[in-house]
Design a protein around this ligand. Structure first.
Ligand SMILES: CC(C)(COP(=O)(O)OP(=O)(O)OC[C@H]1O[C@@H](n2cnc3c(N)ncnc32)[C@H](O)[C@@H]1OP(=O)(O)O)[C@@H](O)C(=O)NCCC(=O)NCCS
Length: 166
């Protein structure tokens, strides 16, 4: 797929088999990206990611050639999913996060999700823009925002299906 001049594709990653890959990805992020992703200054990224992976999320890996450049996760909570994602610092601001959130939303609602939500820091302008673009309701949640997507407000026209990803 050609997007903003970069060839990339997405595939599911396995929480067990690909765990080390996901940990390395997160360890490669800047402190600022870690803070935005985890909503705090994480001292032990490895332990935190290991603990998250133990709950067996759906993991979406975005590759450019052989490089893992973005990772999104979806954690199932009853009939809803909490999503979170990160794009490698040097690839941020090129539309990859917006594209990946669209794919994740489409995939999760296709899987029968009633609601999808995400948390983000109050200064996360990019994530708030992405959320509003897809029709998410942005709610104050103390020192963060909670964004809720449901089938009534969702706007996913033209977003591709993930049915053919590996
Ligand atoms: C937040 C994040 C996922 C967004 O992905 P991205 O690829 O960098 O963002 P995009 O290029 O898709 O841009 C998304 C929107 O922000 C806008 N944007 C891009 N760079 C921007 C900047 N520096 N300042 C303000 N807005 C910006 C884009 O124009 C776009 O809005 P639009 O569609 O209305 O034009 C990514 O920056 C990231 O990984 N950040 C660290 C981890 C994080 O915050 N995760 C989210 C927690 S759930």
């Amino acid at each position: 797929m050609n997007h903003i001049g970069i060839m990339f594709n997405v595939r599911y990653l396995d929480p067990l088999r690909d765990g080390e890959l996901v940990i390395s990805f997160y360890k490669s992020l800047s402190r600022q990206s870690i803070r935005s992703r985890f909503l705090c200054m994480m001292n032990d990224v490895e332990e935190c990611v290991k603990s998250l992976l133990s709950s067996k999320p759906i993991i979406y890996g975005v590759y450019s050639n052989d490089e893992l450049i973005a990772v999104g996760e979806a954690y199932r909570v009853n009939n809803a999913y909490e999503i979170a994602l990160a794009v490698k610092d040097e690839y941020q601001g090129r539309g990859i996060g917006k594209w990946l959130v669209g794919l994740m939303l489409k995939d999760l609602f296709n899987r029968g999700a009633v609601r999808v939500y995400a948390y983000m820091s109050l200064d996360n302008i990019k994530m708030v823009r992405i959320s509003k673009y897809y029709g998410g309701k942005v709610l104050f949640n103390g020192d963060s925002y909670k964004v809720v997507f449901d089938s009534v407000n969702l706007r996913l026209e033209g977003i591709q299906q993930l049915s053919n990803i590996a």
